[in-house]
Design a protein around this ligand. Structure first.
Ligand code: SF4
Length: 334
């Protein structure tokens, strides 16, 4: 995959809050009596991307595409197998826990499942104040004021801080997760399928809340989802992942109006719409997502691609810029 060198791409004057270069995350497969490594699951396979300060970069892909693993690697919740991560120009890829600590304040995550991610034995106040206890020297009353402030910001009431997670609906729990993520006033938040577990009617409320909070707190989001409609609602740019790699990355409008990669076309054609003008010819992909432990040679998408040709099985397509800020990894455009 093309390495976009710092400050040398078309977005030369952009202020990047985070840059990732050639990130790989391979999980070993153990086998035999001695549990030797007999292979690897290539969950993330050579991904480079840059996140512009203040934007929402959507990452979309099927289950198993590596998008959540990539998010965790960027936060150093998982160790990268290879690659470099810069946060505000500092290389954080190899920092130990102690040196990572100040960066942890600035980089937070909201998980998909607010039922699993909140400790049911802790009150809402304890949940929101926990990062403040660990990372700051705030007094008890300062922490209490902060918790009340954050609860009100996410649309809950001050008295809710005395309750426990099971007393709330799914949407309210996700609001608590967001309040907790914002407690340390982060600059960068990874949102990993934050509305996927919620009813459709609640999804829009939580997405709108996240947009409001982004403006108010000057946040940058990396928004991970399998749902192209949700990603379209919130993102400025969108990266489409397939089998651990980025297939296409573009400003939102360009990606949805003029998708280039055959995989993006297939995904967009599957979005139901009542608008006749927006209706696309349905592209049915054959077969399942191949195993990331044994990806196809050349282009990872070739076994399902309706436009695959000879070169596709031999050479891996590079992610190249074909238009202003519009990158695609496909031999049709190289
Ligand atoms: S490189 Fe070939 S197989 Fe891959 S998306 Fe393009 S046309 Fe399809």
């Amino acid at each position: 995959m093309t390495v976009i060198e710092k400050g040398k791409d078309s977005a030369q004057n952009q202020d990047f809050i985070l840059e990732a270069h050639n990130i790989k995350k391979y999980f070993p497969i153990k086998g035999g009596i001695l549990r030797h490594t007999i292979g690897h699951v290539k969950a993330v396979d050579d991904v480079s991307l840059q996140v512009i300060r203040g934007e929402t970069l959507g990452i979309v892909g099927e289950s198993g595409s590596g998008k959540s693993t990539l998010g965790r690697v960027l936060l150093r919740l998982l160790e990268p197998t290879e690659g470099t991560i810069f946060f505000e120009d500092d290389d954080i890829s190899k920092l130990g826990n102690r040196k990572l600590r100040p960066y942890r304040r600035d980089m937070q995550i909201v998980f998909q499942d607010p039922f699993a991610s909140l400790n049911s034995k802790m009150s809402v106040a304890e949940l929101i104040e926990e990062p403040l206890v660990v990372q700051t020297k705030m007094s008890k009353s300062e922490r209490n004021d902060k918790a009340i402030h954050l609860l009100e910001k996410v649309g809950l009431r001050a008295e809710d801080r005395l309750k426990y997670p099971h007393e709330f609906s799914g949407g309210q729990r996700q609001r608590i997760s967001i309040a907790r993520a914002l407690a340390l006033q982060p600059k960068f938040v990874i949102c990993d399928e934050p509305v996927s577990a919620l009813d459709v009617s609640i999804q829009a409320q939580v997405l709108n809340l996240m947009c409001d909070l982004q403006d108010e707190f000057d946040l940058t989001y990396l928004f991970i989802s399998h749902d192209l409609s949700v990603v379209k609602h919130i993102s400025d740019r969108v990266a489409v992942m397939y089998l651990g790699r980025i297939a296409e990355l573009a400003p939102k409008q360009a990606l949805y109006d003029t998708p280039l990669h055959p995989y993006t076309n297939a995904l967009l054609s599957a979005i139901p719409t009542t608008n006749r003008k927006q209706r696309r010819e349905k592209i049915i992909l054959s077969g399942d997502l191949p195993s990331p432990s044994n990806p196809p040679s050349g282009c990872a998408f070739r076994t399902r691609c309706p436009k695959a040709h000879e070169k596709c099985s031999i050479e891996r397509p590079e992610l190249l810029e074909v238009n202003n800020g519009h990158f695609v990894a496909c031999h049709l455009y190289n």
